[in-house]
Design a protein around this ligand. Structure first.
Ligand code: MLT
Length: 247
């Protein structure tokens, strides 16, 4: 297996695909997707475009849908929810389809949509993703950070490093065996430096600071936890993610 980390959708190759590609948006889209599926959402359908989300979700029974919209960290007017994973309660989500659009995370998903296997990962479901990858043994694996409007983000790269580091340990392989590009090596180094202080790292991150200005302390605390959810969100059809257990 060769693992390639790409810091943003813009840096991800568009002329080829990987056997398995994983979108990462720790703050907060992929933390929200993992949580929604964990508490019983039927599926999460992701859109980069808000108008398209409104149009497609209109054809879904109103009592079986929720619309989540985020731009710049804030909730989009007209949606039921913003992008806080803490809003994903079993009472609200069970049996419903969550239609979601966010500033960067949903764009990351879109750029890997054509890969044969597409997953989403966050720190909270890192080990479930690692176990899936170890079982499937894809020849090429991409970890794609969402970044922020084309720029690198600490939280996505540290999560890529957390996945890569666990793969190395659990597959008992060397950095040379696993790393397909230099970004993978730097992501592992970032994770190994911060693994015991992930919440502090999220506080340093520019999007972490943006969310703190918007009163998002509790979201940061939640998203900084590792391996708390046993859930693998997997693409069933373009843009539609379900729990692997429901496939
Ligand atoms: C994004 O897609 O950029 C994020 O998930 C933004 C957020 O809601 O924190």
């Amino acid at each position: 297996m060769k693992l390639f980390v790409y810091h943003t959708p813009e840096l991800t190759p568009s002329d080829r695909t990987a056997d398995c590609a994983i979108a990462i948006d720790v703050l907060r889209a992929t933390s929200t997707i993992a949580t929604a599926l964990h508490v019983g959402a039927e599926a999460v359908q992701a859109f980069s475009d808000l108008d398209k989300l409104m149009q497609v979700s209109e054809d879904w029974p109103a009592e079986k849908r929720l619309r989540a919209g985020e731009r710049g960290g804030s909730k989009v007017t007209g949606c039921d929810l913003g992008n806080s994973p803490l809003d994903c309660t079993p009472e609200l989500m069970a049996g419903k389809r969550l239609f979601i659009t966010t500033t960067n995370g949903t764009r990351a998903l879109q750029c890997i949509q054509a890969c044969p296997v597409v997953l989403t990962a966050a720190l909270i479901n890192r080990q479930a993703i690692v176990e899936y990858v170890l079982k499937q043994q894809p020849e090429t694996l991409w970890l794609v950070g969402s970044g922020w409007e084309g720029s690198f983000s600490l939280e996505d790269t540290v999560c890529a490093g957390a996945i890569a580091s666990a793969l190395m340990t659990q597959a008992n392989c060397t950095l040379e065996d696993l790393a397909g590009n230099d970004e993978t090596i730097s992501a592992i180094a970032l994770y190994r430096q911060w693994q015991n202080n992930l919440l502090e790292l999220l506080h340093h991150a520019s999007h972490g600071q943006r969310l703190l200005r918007l009163d998002g302390q509790e979201d940061l605390k939640y998203c900084a936890q590792t391996d708390i959810l046993d859930i693998v969100p997997i693409q069933k059809s373009p843009g539609v993610l379900v729990s692997l257990k429901a496939l």
